[in-house]
Design a protein around this ligand. Structure first.
Ligand code: PRX
Length: 651
């Protein structure tokens, strides 16, 4: 039995089972009892208000009509009891630079001041603010300041290209940008403001760009449009101690947009609303990691992804936790960086991605030597399936077999963890995400959408769907509700379809087997094959391309591109296929960002297509995986000869 530090903290397996049961029998009553432990400006007045939904439109409302501000929950409510406790510990990219500790009191002040800066610059409730910054405390401050005044933030990961930002700005009709001069990432220095400048060429909507100083890289500042963060803050702070009343938001008002890739088209803006997101991320933070007050939680994700939103910023701060924010990368200046940080701050919870674990495994045990990891109590993973080898390495060499490992399965669209063991409370099973959180009603279906029922003792496999809404389910995709419906709620009517395949064992544990759609998971980053193909096809000389994933030792999945280039061969003016390959990589970097660069490019004279012109990716996937014999039925191919050529040219 663990200590119950939060009224809704689950402290035994029986309590989990009981909570789960209640959450299914009466979801409204269950979440109402959790919601009571948050700060509201105006509570819901009847139980009917707690949950209204259908998955047809879809339309999902939790606590609609009740009023709150998430920053009062993340900041104000902690001031009396833990004003001097660190809210954020910031570890810079270089260990030679001093770290920063920001208490709840300080963070509250900074968020209020920056909220005033936003107001001074014309930002209003409901406006969209694009945030493109490195991992510095000002990023968390910017996010919270938007929430304070009810502006909708759209954080874009610092690795995305100018073109990607331009697309996102356009889609969200964002009028405001918050950025930095540059960002440090390992040995690199990324010129963020220059990327923004490029993204803004031809943009007529953006009115103001607020630039925070980090790298002292020279930047161009356009009169009337660009202002410095520091100047704006100074103006506000000189006026003395500042408090900004938090805007009253409806429970269902949008909190943020986060763009993510799907199997078709451009990335879509997943919209999360205020109350449900807050309640669910806090609840899962406390229960999955079994957080105890004063512990130090280190989530290594970037705030540019959902993991950073939910488990660096909102979940931990709403729970009054100390959240460690790390600017750098696991291998800089050496592969002992994580272990140094754990040792330096006596980190209690470490939450990272399988890809980081696999990459660190590659450096052997040397970097762990002499590092005191005894403060660790709980380890976590997220983003992709964890292979057993990596799981055991993490368990033995990092957790010293004393720390439960939580394997948390979830998505940008789900807002918080949906499947995971609870540390030390519910059993772990290597490479299995295990059991659903309270409120999460899972089922596995076949291709036709029929539920797959298991006989006793049987492990079954199917497409993972969800029957009913949990509080932090996405509400829409920005500006295009129909896309939300067709993407998630139309494949199997009446169900939310995750896009993942899964196994379920006799005890009800789930193991995620990976995406069943055309979405890749490269180093835990979600990338649509169509998106990469579109980028490749923009390269002059490329006629057509097809992109598939293949197993990659460190990244989980690598990107394999088959490219038809100017007829047949890549003998362009450079005279070398390799140079063309590099040019194509350059184009992908320009259009999407370096994270989407293919690992392998094979030039082909044709692609295996059916008579109706559909590319048979199944065949391409098998060849990329190294399987050249059992390619399955190829009789429907227009030109079966092309397959032999592709097999011969495999890279
Ligand atoms: O395929 C699943 C995989 O990551 C996808 C969601 O990606 P994204 O929206 O970028 O969010 C990642 C961080 C929450 C899922 O559809 N995935 C995520 N966590 C796991 C996982 N696959 C297996 N095990 C996990 N623990």
């Amino acid at each position: 039995m663990r200590k119950m530090s939060y009224p809704y903290q689950i402290t035994s397996f029986e309590a989990y089972q009981e909570a789960y049961q209640k959450s299914i029998e009466d979801p409204a009553a269950f979440w109402e009892s959790v919601a009571e432990h948050f700060v509201w400006k105006q509570r819901w007045t009847s139980k009917d208000q707690v949950l209204n939904w259908n998955f047809t439109d879809p339309n999902i409302e939790w606590f609609k009509g009740a009023k709150l501000n998430i920053t009062e929950n993340c900041l104000d409510r902690h001031l009396a009891e833990r004003g001097n406790q660190p809210a954020i510990i910031w570890e810079p990219n270089s260990p030679d630079e001093p770290h920063r500790i920001i208490t709840y009191k300080k963070l509250h002040e900074k968020v209020c001041s920056f909220a005033q800066v936003l107001k001074n610059n014309g930002v209003h409730k409901g406006d969209r603010v694009c945030i493109y910054m490195g991992m510095i405390p000002e990023l968390a401050i910017a996010v919270l300041a938007c929430a304070r005044i009810g502006a909708i933030h759209s954080v874009v990961f610092g690795g995305f290209s100018a073109q990607s930002i331009a697309d996102r700005l356009e889609d969200a009709k964002a009028e405001f940008i918050i950025t930095c001069d540059g960002a440090f990432r390992g040995a690199k220095d990324i010129p963020l403001k220059a990327v923004i400048d490029e993204a803004l060429i031809g943009n007529k909507i953006v009115k103001r760009v607020i630039v925070c100083t980090r790298t002292h890289t020279p930047v161009s500042m356009i009169k009337g449009r660009d202002v410095w963060w520091e100047d704006e803050m100074k103006q506000v702070e000189e006026r003395g101690n500042l408090f900004i009343e938090a805007e009253s938001m409806d429970a269902e008002d949008p909190l943020f947009i986060l763009y993510t890739s799907g199997s078709t088209g451009k990335p879509k803006g997943v919209v999360h609303s205020t109350a449900g997101y807050m309640i669910y991320t806090t609840y899962t933070f406390v229960n999955v990691f079994q957080y105890q007050p004063n512990q130090i939680h280190f989530c290594t994700a970037d705030i540019g992804w959902i993991t950073g939103h939910s488990y660096i910023v909102y979940g931990p701060l709403s729970a009054g936790a100390t959240s460690l924010l790390f600017e750098g990368v696991p291998t800089f200046p050496d592969a002992g960086r994580f272990w140094d940080i754990v040792d330096k701050y006596k980190v209690n919870i470490l939450y990272t991605a399988p890809t980081a674990i696999r990459s660190l495994m590659g450096f052997g045990l040397g970097p762990l030597q002499g590092k005191d990891l005894s403060s660790l109590k709980v380890l976590g993973t997220v983003g992709e399936p964890i292979n057993e080898e990596a799981w055991h390495w993490y368990d033995e060499h990092v957790g010293k077999k004393k720390c439960p490992i939580v394997d948390t399965w979830w998505q940008t669209e789900t807002g918080g963890c949906l499947i995971s063991n609870m540390a030390g409370i519910t059993p772990a099973k290597p490479s299995w995400a295990t059991l659903p959180m309270p409120g999460v009603q899972l089922l596995l279906v076949d291709e036709k959408g029929e539920e797959i029922k298991a006989a006793a003792d049987e492990t079954i496999s199917g497409n993972l769907c969800i029957k009913a809404p949990w509080p932090s389910i996405l509400r829409t995709t920005y500006g295009d509700h129909e896309r939300c419906r067709t993407n998630y709620f139309a494949t199997y009517p009446g169900l939310y379809f995750t896009g993942d395949g899964a196994l379920r064992d006799k005890d009800g544990n789930y193991r995620i087997t990976g995406r069943v759609d055309d979405v890749l998971n490269v180093s835990g980053h979600r990338i649509g094959t169509a998106e990469v193909e579109n980028a490749i096809n923009m390269h002059a000389g490329v006629v057509e391309s097809a992109v598939v994933g293949f197993p990659h030792e460190v990244k989980g999945q690598g990107i394999y591109a088959y490219v038809i280039y100017q007829g047949s061969q890549a003998q362009d003016s450079h005279g070398s296929g390799d140079l063309v390959r590099k040019d194509i990589l350059q184009t992908v970097t320009r259009i999407i960002g370096a994270i989407a660069k293919p690992d392998k490019i094979q030039f082909v004279s044709g692609l295996p297509k059916t008579r109706s012109g559909k590319i048979m990716r199944r065949i391409l996937r098998k060849i990329a995986e190294g399987e050249t014999e059992n390619l399955g039925d190829t009789s429907t191919l227009l030109d079966p000869g092309v397959v032999d050529e592709i097999k011969r040219g495999r890279r």
